[in-house]
Design a protein around this ligand. Structure first.
Ligand code: HEM
Ligand code: HEM
Length: 186
């Protein structure tokens, strides 16, 4: 059946799918809100920007929780299928690790961008209100973080597309085989 016959712990499966939905929503909302024309009513910006920021901070915290759970369960996690070709194993590890790194970095760049921007409205976080602004205001630094946030977010999207293509390929072509790993994440 699925891979080694083992599943990821329920907490990791729930977190994987919650993070996937939020991250895809953030990439869409980020793309959408930055392509709105200047004539767009202010309420639309006021809906998108604060929510993009607070869900971005939330998904950063969820990534930390996920990493902690992953580390605590490292002895019982499903193994990489042994029948994968060496290049497939390497690709899968590199893609997973880079995705993990980017899910931590993209929100940090977002926070640094907002925190250094002189015109920023701050970074809200649900019932906790505004988060402290830790960086000094500097529009040159803001432009660098803006560029880094954009580049890293679209790099994350490209890797997620590759990740999903891999999952679908193994599901459709190796269904029920050792490399059909989708059931262990469901
Ligand atoms: C995994 C989390 C996140 C993802 C995937 C993400 C993704 C994106 C994307 C794709 C864009 C559009 C970039 C462009 O086309 O110019 C964007 C814009 C933006 N993001 Fe994020 N973001 C995340 C977290 C955050 C966080 C935590 C903050 C702030 C605390 C933030 C603040 C912003 C702002 C202010 C913009 C608009 C930049 C501009 O006006 O040029 N993002 N984000
Ligand atoms: C933004 C979206 C997504 C992100 C950030 C993401 C991230 C990850 C990461 C980091 C892992 C490695 C888990 C670990 O060992 O800790 C993983 C595993 C997995 N993901 Fe995703 N994922 C996303 C979307 C999806 C989607 C849409 C699918 C389904 C088509 C999917 C299917 C899987 C499967 C099957 C595994 C297990 C792979 C294995 O057991 O070797 N993921 N994902």
């Amino acid at each position: 059946m699925d891979g080694n016959g083992k599943k990821y712990p329920l907490s990791m499966r729930l977190l994987h799918w919650a993070r996937a939905v939020i991250i895809l929503g953030l990439i869409w909302s980020g793309w959408y809100m930055t392509s709105l024309p200047e004539t767009t009513p202010m309420e639309t910006f006021d809906l998108f920007y604060p929510n993009h920021k607070q869900f971005g901070v939330l998904v950063w915290l969820l990534a930390l929780v996920h990493l902690t759970i992953r580390w605590r369960n490292r002895a019982i996690l499903p193994e990489t299928p042994s029948s994968l070709k060496p290049w497939e194993k390497t690709l899968s590890h590199v893609v997973h690790r880079t995705i993990i790194a980017l899910t931590l970095l993209v929100p940090v760049f977002g926070y640094c961008m907002s925190s250094s921007f002189t015109q920023s409205d701050g970074v809200p976080f649900f019932i906790f209100g505004e988060l402290p602004e830790l960086l000094p205001k500097n529009d040159n630094a803001f432009e660098v973080f803006q560029e880094l946030h954009e580049l890293s977010a679209y790099a994350l999207l490209a890797l997620v597309v590759l990740h999903v293509a891999g999952a679908i390929k193994h599901r459709l072509l190796d269904k029920g085989g050792e490399t059909d790993v989708l059931p262990r994440m469901l």
